[in-house]
Every structure is written in C-alpha cells, then in structure tokens.
Design a protein around this ligand. Structure first.
Ligand code: ATP
Length: 351
C-alpha cells in the first residue's frame, strides 16, 4: 500500500445496546480502491458513514492525512459520499444539481461553469446540463450524482452501493466507468457492496466483514484463492464447505474418507473446515475417484454447467464444461492442492 490517507483506528459502535462494529481498524492508501464487502447488516454502511462524518463512533478514531477528524462535521472533511439513492434534486437541472455544493462554497460562476463541463465530460454526459434528473435513466442519474461529488474535488470518495439499482449490463459499464474516473482523478475510493463479483472486479483491496468484524483484508486474488476462513470462502464464491478431521499433516478425512491435501501444521485430529470450490470438483468413472456419487440436478450457466451430486451423504456442488445429467454415476476426485483446510472459527461473533 502507498502512504495511508485514512486510518480507521479501533472503531466500535452500538445501536440500541447491540454492537454493530467491534474494534474495526483499517488503513486505506492514497489512490486506493478499497471495497467493504459483506452480507446485509454487517456494518458496511455504518463504517462508511463514520468516514464521512455522519455517525460518531462510540470508541476509536478516524485519521485523515495524519489528523484526527473523528469529531469533524461532514462538510469540513475532504471526503464526499455518493449514496445508492442518487439523492438528486428533481426540481433542478443537471447543471444546478452539480453546482449545488460549489454555490454553497460561493465559487464564481465561471469556475462553476468550467467544473460542470469538466465533470460531465468525465462521466460521459456532455451536453446534459439543462436536462432534469427525472428525464434520465438510472445509470445516467448515478453518473450525475458522481459528477456532483467530483466537482468538490474530494480526496476520498465514499460510494455506498452506488450501482445497486442498475441492471447487470449498466452495472458492468458503470464499474468500468468508476475505475476510469478513479484513475483519471487519482482519488481514493471506498466502495460498499454486498456483490462479490463487483468487489472482485473493481477493488485494489477487499475488506470482508461479517457481524461487525473484519474477516479478511486482501487483494481480490488473495481473498478468492486464499480465504482465511470458511465464511470468506463461502461469501466470496460458491463453495463446498464440509467438516473434516486432520489425522496428520497432508491428509484430511472428509466423511470418513482420507483425502490427500497440501496443508500441514494443524493439531492432531483437529476438527477443521474443508473448502472445495465447485470448479475444482473433477468427475471420473465410478470407483476411480475418492468417493462415488450420483448427479441429482443440472443447470446450464452459460460458460459451464452446474451440477449437484449426492455422495457420502453430502450434497456437492460441481461446475464442469461437460454436462452430467441427473442419474449419472460419477467418481469424485479433487486434486490435493484444491482442498483448502481452515481452522474452525473460535470467536462467537464469527460463527
Ligand atoms: P446493507 O448491505 O443492508 O446496507 P450494512 O452492512 O451496510 O447492510 P449497516 O447499514 O451498517 O449494515 O447496519 C448494520 C446494523 O446496524 C443493522 O442491523 C442496522 O439495522 C443497524 N443500524 C444501522 N444504523 C442504525 C441506526 N441509526 N439505529 C439503529 N440501528 C442501526
């Protein structure tokens, strides 16, 4: 990470006696695209609102460029927020919407005019000055909301599920657009989503949260390939998660069957979570894999087929470019390096 622009230090927050954030610490680098990812209610928005200055933490500090801004109001921070609901003023033109913050700051009309032109060009909506928000598509409204935030020249832009209301194609276009804007402006983005794919596509680093606790911080590749626990593995992509026992190094027993693996350093007979990605499930002839099973369902997913397989009393999820139809008997094989072994969570909050 480059030099940090934001340090969240030991942030905690309770609402109505319930702990929503528990000792959360994150350092965010200059010009980084960081995504807070987690299920609904895990505290993503609360974290973002603390950075933006809309919520005070019960404990902990928000440090911006080395200064404590915990108690600073939102408009005194070099930080702007784009919300999911675009919150554009419907009675104002696009230009007036974008100019709103600049007028409050009493900028000259020539300055405001130039900024509007610049921002509209950046979000590919040149010439839209006189339109009204209601005459624009959801994607266009979202771009205006981004333009409105950008003209304030924030050093950090907070985005709370900004693409949540858009359909898939528009969402993908906007993802590219946001990355382009971030690279052109060189500002720091803190992005909130519960969409794993979006987080993997856009982020320099992902912070996976659950129940107010950080589960893992890492690059998309790290998070996907080396999840630190079963929660992350499950949340970041579909997985087969199953109990296992490690009788010794490099061997895990799943459903009582020994599977060679590449992990070591676990306690003797430690009860572990075993994670196997559906794309790592290989089908062979019955009798030649590790255990035999029967395909129970198949779905065509475009690039692959998704099969469910009953084997050893467990329902496995498998992806393959080949179709295996319900009733087919298969032998399941998994390469040792594709078997991920994880300690069971110890904290109650992670269960
Ligand atoms: P989502 O993806 O659904 O937006 P989130 O991860 O952003 O979820 P938060 O909005 O941070 O979650 O909310 C975390 C928890 O805190 C939720 O249970 C929510 O109901 C609660 N909460 C948030 N704000 C308040 C508030 N002002 N008063 C009481 N409870 C609140």
């Amino acid at each position: 990470m480059e030099q940090a622009i934001l340090n969240l230090e030991h942030l905690s927050k309770s609402f109505d006696g319930k702990k929503i954030l528990d000792d959360l610490s994150i350092d965010i680098g200059k010009n980084e695209f960081v995504t807070l990812l987690g299920p609904s209610g895990c505290g993503k928005t609360t974290t973002l609102r603390m950075i933006g200055g809309f919520i005070m933490p019960d404990e902990g500090r928000v440090i911006f460029e080395g200064k404590d801004i915990t108690a600073l109001p939102p408009d005194k921070r070099h930080i702007n927020t784009v919300f999911q609901k675009y919150s554009l003023f419907s009675h104002m033109s696009v230009a007036d919407n974008i100019a709103f913050g600049l007028k409050l700051k009493k900028k000259s009309s020539a300055y405001i005019h130039d900024k509007i032109k610049y921002a509209l060009k950046l979000v590919d909506l040149e010439g839209y000055e006189d339109r009204h928000p209601m005459s624009l598509s959801g994607g266009q409204q979202q771009r205006i909301a981004i333009a409105r935030a950008i003209v304030n020249e924030p050093k950090v832009l907070l985005l709370d599920e900004p693409l949540g209301a858009l359909d898939l194609k528009l969402r993908q276009d906007m993802q590219k657009e946001l990355i382009k804007i971030k690279n052109e402006l060189g500002i720091t983005f803190v992005f909130v989503t519960h969409d794993q794919e979006e987080a993997l596509t856009m982020s320099d680093r992902i912070i996976v949260m659950n129940q107010g606790l950080i589960q893992q911080i890492g690059t998309p590749v790290d998070i996907y390939n080396e999840p630190e626990n079963a929660f992350v593995a499950d949340f970041i992509g579909e997985s087969n998660i199953i109990d296992g026992v490690m009788p010794k190094d490099f061997l895990v027993e799943i459903l009582g069957i020994p599977f060679p693996c590449v992990d070591s350093g676990f306690g003797r007979n430690e009860l572990v979570d075993v994670v196997i990605r559906p794309e790592d499930m290989e089908f062979q002839k019955p009798g030649s894999g590790m255990l035999d099973g029967r395909v129970t369902s198949i779905l065509f997913k475009g690039v692959h087929y998704e099969m469910k397989v009953q084997a050893g009393g467990f329902e496995w999820l498998a992806h393959s470019t080949e179709a295996y139809h319900p009733g087919t008997e298969v032998g399941i094989y998994v390469k040792p390096e594709n078997i991920q072994i994880m300690h069971k969570p110890t904290s109650a909050a992670q269960e």
